[in-house]
Write a protein of this length. Structure first.
Length: 292
């Protein structure tokens, strides 16, 4: 007996085959995220913002219920589910394509049941070995990010001899484990994990060599939006980093450079500005467009 795919499954599969760079809008329903913590902890406010992100150009809205900023403390799975499921259910009911930003299999499962179309796992499956089974059973896109440890300890893990080759090799191990668990190759998206167990020098090296990850043959998600290394690049004369809210122009530059290097998509806070910038990039008649 053939089961008809759900609307979420259709949306997830469609994302893997779009002809334009995917814009993923960030919706943190947390009190402590580095950029917008506390703004959308109210369910109604979160749903309104998710709709605004979609209308503003987000192909998919990424809902997260646990902060992964450096030094962040963990919450329990029940709290995470309580935060994300009502928001996902509300947004899915009005047709907004969604991903769940979580490292926990039970949270991912609950989010998929509520209408999410994809899993964005910053641990690449390492934090919860049950995540691979959830992804395999759902048949949904699974974003595997490069990760070496939870936020509280990750800065001490930012030690590399060759960050590009080491991140590539460690991501490939995540891919191998996912495939061994029954995840289909067509479900996998890679993310080099800027800022996660990486310092500014590491982030710039990964950005400059994004083609190394694109050449692996999987879609690549690039997520630099408003991150600390951009603030430090744009520091004031006294060395004070540029405030989070004033890093948008730099974020736009990273997004355009990433898609020009072949990235499948970008994860950003300001989707309208990003969509506009990418529209300008597409108007140049990029090689990617000419292949379509």
């Amino acid at each position: 007996m053939t089961t008809e795919p759900t609307l979420a499954q259709v949306a997830g599969r469609a994302l893997m085959h779009v002809e334009h760079p995917v814009v993923m809008g960030i919706l943190n329903v947390t009190p402590d995220s580095f950029s917008d913590g506390g703004k959308y902890t109210n369910v109604d406010a979160a749903i309104r913002h998710g709709i605004e992100l979609h209308r503003g150009g987000a192909d998919i809205v990424d809902v997260g219920g646990e902060s992964t900023r450096p030094g962040a403390e963990r919450i329990d799975a029940e709290t995470e589910i309580e935060r994300v499921v009502p928001v996902i259910s509300g947004l899915a009911s009005v047709g907004v394509p969604l991903s769940i930003d979580t490292t926990r299999a039970p949270v991912a499962r609950a989010a998929l049941e509520a209408g999410a179309a994809a899993i964005n796992d910053v641990s690449g499956g390492l934090a919860d070995r049950g995540m691979a089974r959830v992804a395999a059973e759902a048949g949904c896109p699974w974003i595997l990010m490069h990760w070496r440890g939870h936020s509280r300890h990750m800065t001490r893990l930012a030690v590399y001899q060759d960050v590009v080759s080491e991140v590539r090799d460690e991501l490939l191990q995540r891919v191998d484990d996912a495939l061994a668990a029954g995840v289909a190759p067509g479900q996998i998206i890679l993310d080099p994990g800027l800022g996660f167990a990486k310092n500014a020098e590491h982030n710039w090296a990964l950005s400059a060599h994004l083609d190394v990850f694109v050449d692996l043959g999987y879609p690549v998600l690039f997520a630099a939006s408003r991150k600390t290394y951009l603030g430090r690049l744009l520091a004031r004369p006294d060395g004070t980093p540029r405030p989070v809210e004033d890093r948008e122009a730099a974020t736009l530059a990273t997004s355009v450079l990433a898609v020009a290097a072949g990235a499948w998509g970008v994860r950003v806070h300001d989707v309208t500005a990003t969509a506009d910038a990418l529209a300008v990039w597409r108007a140049t008649g990029s090689p990617r467009l000419r292949r379509s």
